[in-house]
Write a protein that binds this ligand. Structure first.
Ligand SMILES: O=C(NC/C=C/[C@H]1O[C@@H](n2ccc(=O)cc2)[C@H](O)[C@@H]1O)c1cc([N+](=O)[O-])cc(O)c1O
Ligand SMILES: [Mg+2]
Length: 214
């Protein structure tokens, strides 16, 4: 029984990145995925867009749906102001185990709460589990057919406030048509598409940024 791709990605981080240096962790993963094995991280090109939106929002409370190996978790957490928290939801225990170590290697464990389980069950528990009133920023990068139900669930649980920003990965590839249709036509959101490319490829993809209007 050999290693898994996430385990090989983690080994590349431990070999090539400096502990406590988030940028070196990001660079190590991007190098591994570009030159060794592709993996479904948001990547460097879309990652720069993610960085600019996170910096603009400067969130006190942030939520990530879909941790995977923790690449975007590190990208987001490294930009958070002191005292702020990123909660990241991961369904697969093996992925969560790798992500925990990647986040730890970057030295960002104090800013991140990694929670294992399905988003549909966990989102309604955010207030009770973490005393969250609302999220300033949400990054959607999990199962593409969960983007829409989870956006609606965030609304229903009053976890969004006027000005909360949703940023969705992969709205072109693999695509999230139902989510796009809803969010672009809802009077409760102001949306904008950031054209880019699927991580580590020349295929078109992009991020949809949607501001909740309350
Ligand atoms: O399929 C994609 N992403 C699905 C991600 C799913 C992740 O979200 C977690 N989760 C966490 C909580 C849940 O409730 C459910 C799943 C899963 O355990 C997994 O870690 C994808 C695919 C491509 N692609 O090119 O094919 C490119 C991308 O950038 C992608 O994001
Ligand atoms: Mg993605």
């Amino acid at each position: 029984t050999g290693s898994t791709r996430p385990q090989r990605l983690l080994r590349a981080v431990q070999k090539n990145a400096t502990q406590g240096d988030p940028q070196s962790v990001i660079n190590a993963i991007d190098h591994f995925c570009r030159h060794k094995e592709w993996a479904m991280n948001v990547g460097d090109e879309k990652g720069s867009i993610l960085d600019s939106v996170v910096s603009e929002v400067n969130p006190s409370t942030a939520l990530e749906l879909g941790t995977y190996c923790g690449y975007s978790t590190v990208r987001i957490a490294r930009l958070l102001p002191p005292g702020s928290q990123l909660i990241t939801l991961e369904f697969n225990p093996a992925y969560a185990a790798v992500a925990k170590q990647v986040i730890g290697w970057a030295g960002l464990q104090d800013k991140v709460q990694l929670v294992e389980g399905p988003s549909g069950d966990l989102i309604p528990q955010m207030k009770d589990l973490f005393g969250v009133q609302s999220f300033d920023f949400v990054f959607l990068d999990h199962w593409k057919d969960r983007y829409l139900p989870d956006a609606k669930l965030l609304e229903e649980c009053s976890l969004l406030r006027k000005g909360s920003v949703l940023l969705a990965d992969n709205v072109i590839c693999p695509g999230t048509p139902e989510y796009l249709e809803y969010i672009r036509n809802s009077p409760r959101y102001e949306s904008r598409y950031f054209k880019s490319h699927l991580e580590y490829t020349k295929v078109e993809d992009g991020l949809e940024k949607s501001v909740f209007l309350g």
